[in-house]
Design a protein around this ligand. Structure first.
Ligand SMILES: *Cc1c(COP(=O)(O)O)cnc(C)c1O
Length: 357
């Protein structure tokens, strides 16, 4: 039986992506060779890179003056590459969770970091709203979707300094105004491809403003100059990313993805809100993530949380155990997740509640 996959990352990919990747592993571009055993300099792979970059630009409506890169090292390497390339004296960060905390830690290695707001006081269960960004910072960094805590910022903020965003777990879930950003980065393993590649969108003229020596591989300009082919890129996840991007385009683009995502999240949040057993962990409904839905059982039923995980398991629902720093449950509803799987989860919640009331 095909499982209902609610894992947070690596996570569900479309069947289209997985099937097309499997085909290319056996016979890539009719070369009679596997994607895994050919040169990344072949014209067939160059075509993959070119189309993947072009489709990211098309789907996200990226204006001229930006480069699209596929880099190694995960989103976590961007925590250091961003300040290494942009931080001359001071940067501003907002702390909305574990990933933001990690990004702040790395930035401190390169200059002054002002944390303009934090929701750590309430275990990151909300997005701080009232804060001021000093006008003299080199950039402001935020995390659009807090994968572990289930909070999300779904508008591109207006700020008076260069803007940088970690969109690892919600990129391609809504149209974005790329022109507001200097750098957007996203580890691929949540809404794009298998682990091993990070999508980076960088505004070319944001670079070259720091004095420090930057190691070749960590300098965005190296990769921009060479079209993301300075060294051997992660060919397999890039190929899978291209398949996912084609799939998004086929489905009608990112505005269409957003409609489907809002619908799926709506079904699950409605079930949580109408339940006496389950309760959401995010305090303000406006901050609720449509990608990662976090919920727990009310104190009265708390001891049944373990049982619910096995109850789900019997129905082929996997990956809903919450992150250890929040507890309870987290259902990740990435783009590839079908509405039917969300309905199976909601039915399981209703049946479990009925059984115990
Ligand atoms: C998963 C995740 C990361 C970490 O990504 P890696 O590719 O494992 O380094 C960073 N930020 C966010 C928002 C994430 O969801």
């Amino acid at each position: 039986m095909k499982k209902h996959n609610f894992y947070a990352g690596p996570s569900i990919l479309s069947e289209y992506t997985i099937n097309k990747t499997a085909e290319a592993v056996h016979n890539f571009a009719d070369m009679g060779l596997s994607l895994l055993e050919i040169s990344h300099r072949s014209k067939q792979f160059q075509a993959v890179m070119d189309e993947a970059q072009a489709l990211v630009k098309e789907l996200l409506n990226i204006p001229d003056g930006y480069s699209v890169l596929f880099l190694g090292g995960g989103a976590s390497l961007q925590f250091c590459m961003v300040p290494m390339n942009l931080l001359a004296t001071k940067a501003a960060y907002i702390n909305t969770g574990t990933w933001a905390t990690n990004a702040i830690k790395e930035a401190r290695l390169f200059g002054d970091v002002e944390v303009v707001a934090s929701s750590e006081d309430a275990n990151f269960s909300y997005i701080p709203k009232d804060f001021t960004i000093p006008a003299d910072v080199d950039y402001f960094h935020y995390t659009s979707n807090n994968t572990i805590y289930g909070t999300e910022t779904r508008v591109d903020p207006d700020v008076n300094v260069p803007l940088v965003c970690d969109m690892s777990s919600d990129i391609f879930s809504r149209p974005i105004d790329v022109s507001k950003y200097s750098i957007i980065y996203a580890g691929a393993q949540k809404n794009l491809a298998p682990a091993g590649v990070t999508l980076v969108i960088v505004k070319d003229d944001a670079l070259g403003k720091v004095e420090r020596a930057i190691p070749t591989m960590l300098d965005y300009r190296t990769h921009i100059k060479k079209g993301s082919m300075f060294n051997t890129p992660p060919v397999l996840p890039i190929y899978s990313a291209l398949m996912t991007l084609r799939y998004y385009k086929e489905l009608g683009g990112i505005a269409e993805m957003e409609k489907l995502d809002l619908k799926k999240a709506g079904v699950l949040y409605d079930a949580i809100d109408s339940s006496k057993m389950f309760v959401g962990t995010v305090t303000d409904p406006a901050d609720r993530s449509i990608m990662n839905v976090c919920f727990v059982m009310t104190p009265e039923f708390k001891e049944l949380e373990k049982d619910f995980v096995s109850f789900c398991d019997e129905r082929g629902i996997v990956g809903i155990k919450g992150h250890r720093s929040v507890g309870g449950f987290r259902a990740s509803l990435y783009n590839a997740m079908p509405l039917e799987s969300v309905e199976v989860l909601v039915d399981a919640m209703r049946d479990f509640e009925k059984k115990h009331s």
